[in-house]
Design a protein around this ligand. Structure first.
Ligand SMILES: Nc1nc2c(ncn2[C@@H]2O[C@H](COP(=O)(O)OP(=O)(O)OP(=O)(O)O)[C@@H](O)[C@H]2O)c(=O)[nH]1
Ligand SMILES: [Zn+2]
Length: 346
C-alpha cells in the first residue's frame, strides 16, 4: 500500500469509528476561554476541587471548582495547574469550572490496592519527595525508604530523607546507607524548630510521605502553624484516622518563615492515606536513568539485562572491575532495584 493510500485508509477508519455526530471544524466547536484564570489545585474532595488562584495574592483563600465538560474523564489531582472560568469569586456557594489542565512536569503515583485496583496519580508538578522516617519508635524500615526513593526518581522528583525523632536515636547508621546514593538528608525533633527542614523546602513543592507514627503531622504542624494536622490520632485497628487526615492536601508554607515574597516560600503536600507507590511498571532501565554515572557502562549490557547482582553478563560488574564506576553506586542501584517488587506489609 502506498503511503497516501494508507493515510486515506486511516482517515476512513476514523470516520467509521465516530459516525454519530457530524464533526464541525474544531476551532469553531471549542470556546476560546480567553477570560480563564490560572490556579493550582490544593485539594480534591468528592468531585469538588479547592483551587488557589495565581493572581489572588491578597486573598489566599482557595475557590471551589468542578471539572468541566472538555476534560472528559481526565482526573484532576492535587498540584495540577489548571485554568478556570465561571464564578471565580470564591464567595460562599460559588462554583468555578476547570476547563484545562496544564501539562504536568512530574507525576507521583500510588500503588493499586484491594479497594482501588487502578494505579493512580496522586500529586502532579511536585519537585521534591520528602521521605519521612523516624529514627526510633517506630524503627526506620529501610525497604520502605528505598521504595520511596525509587518512586521519587521515577516520578522525576528529587528525594529528601527527613529523619524524625532525633531526640531518641542517632541518624549516623541510617545516613551511612544512603551516602552512596547521594540522597540529601535532614533531621528533625519535635522539641526544636525545624529550621533545617524549612530551608530545604523553600521555594519548592514538596510531597511528604511516610508510614503512620513517624511524626509527619507533628512536622507539618510545626512548618505550617494552623495546619491543624491530627497527631497520634490513628485508629490502630483500621489503620485510619479521621476522614480529614486521610486526604491529600497541599499547604502553603508561611512566607515570613523563609523571608521570601508571596509564593516563593514553597508548598508542602501531605499524603496521609498513601501507603505505597506504584512501582509495578518500573523496569530496570527506568531506574537506571536516575543513575547517570552508570548509564554509559550499562550500555554494554546484553539487551534486556536486568542488571541484578546475580546476572553474570551484566556489564556493570565489568565496569566496577575496571574502575570505570564505583562499586558502592552499583550496590546502591541494585539495592533500589531489589526494593521494587512489593513485599507483604509494605
Ligand atoms: N520522641 C519524639 N516523639 C515524637 C516526635 N515527633 C512526633 N512524635 C510523637 O510520635 C507520635 C506520632 O506522631 P504524629 O505526628 O502523629 O505521626 P504521623 O506520622 O503523623 O502519624 P499518623 O498521624 O499516624 O499518620 C506522636 O505521639 C508524637 O507526639 C519527636 O521528634 N520525638
Ligand atoms: Zn546489566
Amino acid at each position: 500500500m502506498s503511503k497516501a493510500a494508507r493515510r486515506y485508509g486511516e482517515q476512513d477508519q476514523e470516520h467509521y469509528d465516530r459516525p454519530r455526530r457530524r464533526t464541525r471544524p474544531r476551532t469553531k466547536d471549542r470556546p476560546s476561554y480567553d477570560d480563564a484564570v490560572d490556579g493550582t489545585v490544593l485539594r480534591v474532595d468528592r468531585g469538588r476541587l479547592r483551587v488557589r488562584l495565581d493572581d489572588r495574592a491578597g486573598s489566599p483563600a482557595p475557590v471551589t471548582a468542578m471539572k468541566a465538560r472538555p476534560l472528559g474523564r481526565k482526573a484532576v489531582v492535587v498540584g495540577d495547574r489548571v485554568r478556570l472560568v465561571g464564578d471565580t469569586s470564591g464567595d460562599e456557594g460559588s462554583l468555578a469550572r476547570i476547563v484545562e489542565i496544564r501539562e504536568r512536569s512530574t507525576t507521583l503515583r500510588r500503588t493499586a490496592d484491594d479497594e482501588d485496583p487502578i494505579e493512580r496519580i496522586v500529586v502532579a508538578n511536585a519537585d521534591q519527595l520528602v521521605v519521612v522516617a523516624s529514627l526510633a519508635d517506630p524503627e526506620p524500615r529501610a525497604r520502605l525508604i528505598d521504595r520511596a526513593v525509587v518512586a521519587a526518581y521515577v516520578a522525576g522528583m528529587e528525594p529528601l530523607l527527613c529523619l524524625t525523632k532525633a531526640d531518641l536515636a542517632s541518624p549516623d547508621a541510617l545516613v551511612d546507607t544512603y551516602r552512596a546514593l547521594g540522597v540529601p538528608w535532614v533531621v528533625a525533633r519535635r522539641d526544636r524548630d525545624p529550621a533545617e527542614v524549612r530551608e530545604r523546602l523553600a521555594g519548592r513543592v514538596s510531597v511528604l510521605v511516610g508510614p503512620s507514627g513517624v511524626g509527619k503531622s507533628t512536622l507539618v504542624n510545626a512548618l505550617v502553624p494552623g495546619a491543624d494536622r491530627e497527631t497520634g490520632g490513628v485508629n490502630t485497628v483500621t489503620g485510619r484516622g479521621r476522614h480529614t487526615s486521610t486526604q491529600v492536601l497541599m499547604l502553603p508554607l508561611p512566607p515570613e518563615a523563609s523571608g521570601d515574597a508571596e509564593g516563593a516560600a514553597g508548598w508542602i503536600v501531605d499524603t496521609p492515606g498513601i501507603r505505597s507507590f506504584g512501582l509495578a511498571h518500573v523496569g530496570p532501565d527506568d531506574l537506571l536513568a536516575a543513575f547517570t554515572d552508570l548509564d554509559e557502562a550499562a550500555s554494554d549490557c546484553p539487551r534486556g539485562c536486568d542488571h541484578a547482582a546475580e546476572t553474570p553478563e551484566c556489564a556493570l560488574d565489568t565496569a566496577v572491575a575496571e574502575g570505570r564506576v564505583e562499586a558502592e553506586r552499583v550496590d546502591s542501584f541494585r539495592r533500589l532495584l531489589a526494593a521494587r517488587p512489593r513485599a507483604a506489609g509494605d
